[in-house]
Design a protein around this ligand. Structure first.
Ligand code: G6P
Length: 607
């Protein structure tokens, strides 16, 4: 969701800004623009559409400027068009602003500014910020931005340039991510690391309500009261390659192929001498004695990982778990208190709904443990404890490897809780640990046989509607399989519990409708065969995902994808890869923009 970059140094700013924005494309956007300071004046170039359209417009200019800001916009207030694109400029044209987030009191501020002679040309909330900064500007840009911040309610990451300030620009944040990059003699701001990693590995991670003054000689950080903040430099330890396609056709397939490594990197370092070590997560014998309930709160794919978490934690550790969508949790007066452990799950660590649910949980006295992928992200920093998934940068909008890594982290937590509570036998504990360690190999095998999945995708990529049904953990997995397919192929899809379909939705099954049926759960597989017969009797074509040694789908399902035999408890991690591959191949065959699906954003920083 909206990407911000900013540059000051001795190189030409415009091409650097454009290249930085390209690295943020994954966040999702529908228009883009830049502003540079050219001969003492703010020059803006912006337009609707992809960055290629912006590049074309920039090609007609010849800005020598070495200072500028850039933006990719994911529309919230006003449709994606040239006018609503960022940067927005103030009345006099002196100040230009890029913004990620939402200004909640923008109507009130707009009224205030209109009464003082300001007029508005766009439908955005951001234009208010440009005028407001100008209203407060008395020659000191930092002070003007700070004053505007005290008027603004909502979330923002801001980049601000001013025609009177040729040697500096200002950035600020609240509830939206922003980093400052420290190069040799050039300085950057960006919404995320990939945008600047080519130029520097040294960054400052801005905290809420901090203001950065980025000048030709350095980056200085201030708090909202004007005090200087001494910050530690964070050194990025991953390579630019991790954020490149490295010969794969899409980021999504590259990231699916990284799953064996990601799962291994998340699990192996935590298993020592057959035991699980969750140092730093706050899960100790004493802390869990005080817990009588767990909430798992997340959005999208991370929520689906949480649904699996409910099954697994309740089964192993016998602690009641409620998994809830962050956007619902926050507003329904949840029964959360000091005896609740709240586990929030987020790949980006920046999802606003999840962040707000976290804050609400803390306000109610709960301890918050987050499962997060991005080191130093807002959610990681706000949580009491963090268990990092080791997925590396995930660029494709549709989450894949991060999901498998989130599941891996959940199994570790569930098993540790069970061990500490004494609800799992030593033998069962060792068996599950062995199965967790066997996951990477099993996923490798699935990847090795991916042409099978591709074959079935080629038979169904024109489908109007595809259903996913499963029981137990397979139901939770079906939700994610269905979401993945919807996100990138735009095929209508629904996930249902195997036993629930007949209570209504079976009415939608007609001749030729594809129903995907994971059957990884021992004890529930026979029941699934009954559900498969029900849909087949209505003309459905069934694609079953079954362990190698299971013969139940034979002669029943139309297509069968085999996964290696593994303990059913952890089987969803392996079957997830099949679901992701299926969605991927369907979308590729349909000619969809797999890595950047329409209307979606990778990091959703609005409610
Ligand atoms: C967005 C993305 C989804 C993601 C969800 C939660 O909607 O498009 O792919 O699952 O946010 O993101 P998070 O970063 O919190 O895991």
């Amino acid at each position: 969701m909206c990407g911000i970059v900013g540059y000051i140094g001795n190189r030409q700013a415009a091409p650097l800004l454009l290249a930085g924005l390209e690295k943020l494309e994954y966040r999702g956007y529908d228009s883009a623009g830049i502003a540079v300071l050219e001969n003492g004046a703010v020059e803006v170039v912006k337009c609707k559409g992809r960055l290629s359209a912006l590049a074309e417009r920039l090609g007609k200019t010849d800005f020598g400027s070495t200072l500028g800001i850039g933006h990719t916009r994911w529309a919230t207030h006003g449709e994606p068009n040239d006018l609503n694109s960022h940067p927005h400029i103030s009345r006099s044209g002196k100040i230009a602003v890029v913004h990620n987030g939402i200004i909640e009191n923008y109507i009130e501020l707009k009224r205030f500014l209109i009464a003082r002679g300001y007029s508005f040309i766009s439908e955005t909330d951001t234009e208010v910020i440009a005028h407001l900064i100008e209203y407060h500007y008395k020659g000191d840009l930092r002070k003007a931005v700070t004053a505007a911040m005290t008027d603004i309610e909502g979330s923002y990451a801001l980049g601000v340039i001013c025609s009177e300030q040729n040697d500096m620009f200002v950035a600020a944040r609240k509830d939206s991510p922003l980093i400052a990059g420290i190069g040799g003699n050039e300085y950057f701001i960006a919404s995320d690391i990939p945008a600047i990693l080519e130029h520097t590995r040294d960054i400052y991670i801005l905290e809420d309500k901090e203001i950065a003054v980025i000048s030709r000689s350095g980056a200085e950080i201030f708090d909202i009261y004007g005090g200087k903040v001494v910050k530690e430099v964070f050194r990025v330890n991953w390579d630019i390659d991790a954020a490149e396609k490295s010969g794969y056709e899409h980021f999504m397939i590259k990231e699916i192929c990284e799953e064996p490594k990601v799962v291994r990197d998340t699990i192996s370092p935590r298993i020592r001498g057959g035991d699980i070590s969750l140092d730093g997560t706050g899960i100790t014998a004493e802390s869990i004695r005080e817990i009588d309930k767990i909430f798992i709160v997340a959005c999208g794919t991370a929520y689906h990982a949480g649904v699996i978490g409910k099954y697994v934690i309740e089964k192993l550790a016998r602690i009641p778990v409620e998994t809830e969508l962050a956007s619902e949790f926050r507003y329904r007066d949840p029964m959360v208190g000091p005896k609740t452990l709240v586990i929030v799950i987020s790949q980006s660590g920046e999802t606003l709904d999840t962040m707000m649910a976290l804050k609400e949980s803390k306000r109610r006295g709960a301890r918050v443990l987050s499962i997060v992928n991005v080191v130093g992200s807002s959610i990681a920093r706000e949580s009491d404890n963090v268990l990092y998934t080791q997925a590396g940068p995930e660029i494709a909008v549709a989450s894949t490897k991060a999901y498998n890594a989130q599941l891996s982290a959940i199994y570790l937590i569930a098993l540790k809780l069970a061990q500490l509570k004494g609800t799992v036998s030593g033998e069962n504990f060792r068996n599950i640990v062995d199965n967790l360690l066997a996951l990477p190999k099993a996923i490798e095998k699935v990847l090795g046989n991916r042409s099978d999945v591709q074959k079935y995708a080629s038979l169904h990529y024109n489908a109007k509607s595809i259903f996913f049904i499963g029981r137990g953990l397979d139901y939770a997995l079906s939700m994610e399989g269905s979401l993945k397919l919807k996100e990138i192929s735009y095929i209508h899809s629904e996930a249902y519990a195997g036993g629930e379909l007949k209570h209504g939705t079976i009415a939608l099954i007609e001749e030729g409708t594809l129903v995907v049926c994971p059957m990884t759960q021992l004890g529930l597989r026979e029941k699934m065969t009954g559900n498969i017969r029900e849909v087949k009797a209505r003309g459905a074509v069934v694609l079953a995902v079954v362990p190698e040694s299971c013969a139940l789908a034979e002669g029943l399902a139309d297509h069968i994808v085999r996964i290696p035999d593994i303990d059913p408890l952890v089987a969803p991690v392996v079957a997830a890869t099949v679901m992701q591959l299926f969605a991927y191949y369907v979308a590729v065959l349909k000619g969809c923009d797999v890595d950047k699906p329409r209307n979606l954003a990778k990091s959703v920083t609005v409610e």
